[in-house]
Design a protein around this ligand. Structure first.
Ligand SMILES: [Zn+2]
Length: 350
């Protein structure tokens, strides 16, 4: 069997089956506390998608199929994880057909396919949504408590979802269900008669500006909704680079930072960096984006934890391929595990 075919076969194995091989209890689909050994998850940040064969952890920002699960759980290479699965899962045509039939038809698609098929971001819908989401006092207070300056908050057009029902009804009326659905703003379970926004009531809303227009949105629950998971992405849309416009900035006096996530990117900006944010340590820049980094002085400021350190090594190697030299910065203080914690420390807030 060729490499690609075998990868597909192995990734058809339900995550729950793989977990039980690893003596880990997980539901067939839905949320659980992250079982990965280097993530001390206090809340259920780990989700098994409705296909049963894809997982994502919103806490440690890792995701994948069965092979990636074994890889992350056992600390193996991709090839090593495949071998581990082949040894145990007895993948042959009949068993993989069984695995396949356990997936719900129509719900599975590989990220690669999604990427090539994905329509351009519906900028108008996102702008419309953001206009209905002015930042509230508690949102401003939250950002201030994380040491993000008012200037940065305003420049990055951070909003907040308040009165979800009214916002949703307004959008459906002006934009229509289908277009809302395509934009990724509705949950997977949404129906025409029962639509739901992907972001929770009270969430901060972070627009991803590209050429100063909103090309993507990420929500962060604050307050009571936070217990149901912190960060939310658009449904079925490829995640994008935060503050990607910075790549085209040609200021050579400032250092350029690659950060993990939105909050750290905003923190880097408040620490006088030019910065972009990747969502998850395994996120990749496109070749064109990587090439735009040539000649810049780049600091890699991913989280100072196992996933961040591993991600930094991978990212450096990847950037190297495009002739981009970068520095993995060491932990900026004894206590700061990420850049926002460091910013809070320097502002006397931690
Ligand atoms: Zn995790």
């Amino acid at each position: 069997m060729d490499f690609k075919r075998q990868t597909e076969e192995l990734n058809n194995i339900p995550i729950q089956t793989v977990a039980s091989l690893l003596k880990v209890t997980l539901p067939r689909t839905g949320s659980a506390r992250c079982p990965l050994p280097d993530h001390d998850d206090k809340r259920p940040s780990f989700e098994i998608k409705s296909s049963g064969t894809r997982w994502v952890c919103y806490g440690c920002n890792r995701s994948g199929g069965s092979i990636d699960f074994v890889k992350e759980y056992c600390g193996l290479t991709f090839i090593g994880a495949k071998r581990w699965l082949v040894d145990r899962a007895q993948v042959n045509p009949s068993s993989s057909a069984r695995f396949r039939s356990s997936r719900k038809a129509g719900l599975t698609s590989r990220p690669q396919d999604e990427k090539s098929r994905e329509s351009a971001p519906d900028v108008e819908v996102y702008e419309c949504f953001l206009d209905l989401c002015p930042l509230q006092t508690n949102g401003l207070q939250y950002l201030a408590s994380r040491a993000i300056s008012d200037k940065t908050v305003a420049a990055f057009r951070i909003g907040q979802l308040q009165d979800t029902k009214v916002v949703l009804a307004t959008l459906i009326k002006s934009i229509g269900f289908d277009r809302m659905e395509r934009s990724g703003l509705l949950t997977k379970k949404s129906t025409r008669t029962n639509p739901h926004l992907v972001f929770a009531e009270g969430s901060l809303v972070f627009p991803f500006l590209e050429n100063e227009r909103v090309a993507y949105l990420q929500g962060r629950a604050i307050g009571p909704a936070e217990t149901r998971g912190t960060w939310r992405n658009l449904n079925h849309r490829q995640r994008r680079i935060y503050n990607v416009d910075a790549l085209a900035q040609n200021i050579t006096t400032d250092r350029f930072a690659i950060c993990e996530g939105v909050m750290d990117t905003l923190s880097a900006l408040d620490l006088n960096y030019i910065a972009i944010g990747i969502l998850g340590v395994n996120a990749k820049l496109t070749a064109d984006q990587a090439k735009q980094l040539r000649g810049k002085e780049i600091d890699i400021l991913l989280d100072w934890d196992t996933a961040g350190n591993k991600g930094a090594v991978k990212l450096q190697r990847e950037l190297n391929r495009y002739g981009v030299i970068s520095t993995r910065k060491s932990q900026p203080s004894a206590r700061a595990r990420d850049l926002n914690e460091f910013l809070m420390e320097t502002r006397g807030l931690a």
